[in-house]
Design a protein around this ligand. Sequence first.
Ligand code: ATP
Length: 304
Amino acid sequence: MTAIEAIGLSKRYRRSWALRDCTLAVPAGHVVALVGPNGAGKTTLLNLAAGLLRPTAGRITVLGGRPAGSDAARAGLAFVAQDAPLYPHLTVDGMLRVAGGLNATWDGQRATARIANLGIPADRKVRALSGGQRAQLALTIALAKRPELLILDEPMASLDPLARHEFLGALMAAVADDGLSVVFSSHVVSELERIADYLVVLNGGRVQLAGEVDRLLATHAVLTGPGGEMALQVPGLTVVEASGTGAQARLLVRTADARGIAPPGWQADEPSVEEIVLAYLRDPAASALPGPAMLLAGGPVVTS
Ligand code: ATP
């Protein structure tokens, strides 16, 4: 089953395109990080998936083909928008009651217990909560819906590193307990490895890279070798990014299987997820997109 599937998805605001011809099939059961620079189209894509925006062209479905925005899609999905919109004048308890009244599948006991476990006073006004507590309250409300798919837009943007750590821990515990699919957008590439097992890189409104993190790591390598060999020519191997000094070349390469690929005189190391993401973001022309069928099968990432 797909958590989110987009085919030729495009969105234009007046004269400018926020998303262009995005085709993507993210399998269910993953924690998906949607990364990209400011203005890449992350919020637009998530709003389309949540059914809050309509595509200009193409289509998007969630949870195995339910059209985004349909009753069936809404029933299985919880969405936490950027800056966790909550009613500031309500108490935490009051906020939970309002949210409970709006959701047919509301698990109030779970929400109350979660807030108590976090040590958040139930009688405190939402406006008096810290940023981290507000984020946790928004996550609690989303989880109490018992969604099959949880979509979070920049959930950690206003949190300090400790609060981010706690938020990610809470999210991982919820994933382990409920087995739900999660899609979240983030700028903080360095933390993705801890939580995400599936990655979508968006740049300039286009999907640049998508796949299981394990698969991306198995198909990329950092090669270190003689300086002056920035354009290494090896069949089946694509140089995504070349850097280094005169004495030493450093290449991030993509290949069908990165094991044992070092040519004579070169050393091959596994890159971090952050290195892979940054290399693709630095070169908008670089792209590694398998077709939807390959994405579903977790197949190899190949040059498009
Ligand atoms: P950020 O990381 O800064 O939140 P993002 O990746 O979420 O960015 P979007 O908010 O989806 O990106 O914006 C994508 C593009 O669409 C940007 O160029 C933005 O200026 C434009 N855009 C977004 N919303 C609107 C709108 N309501 N009207 C006009 N243009 C918009």
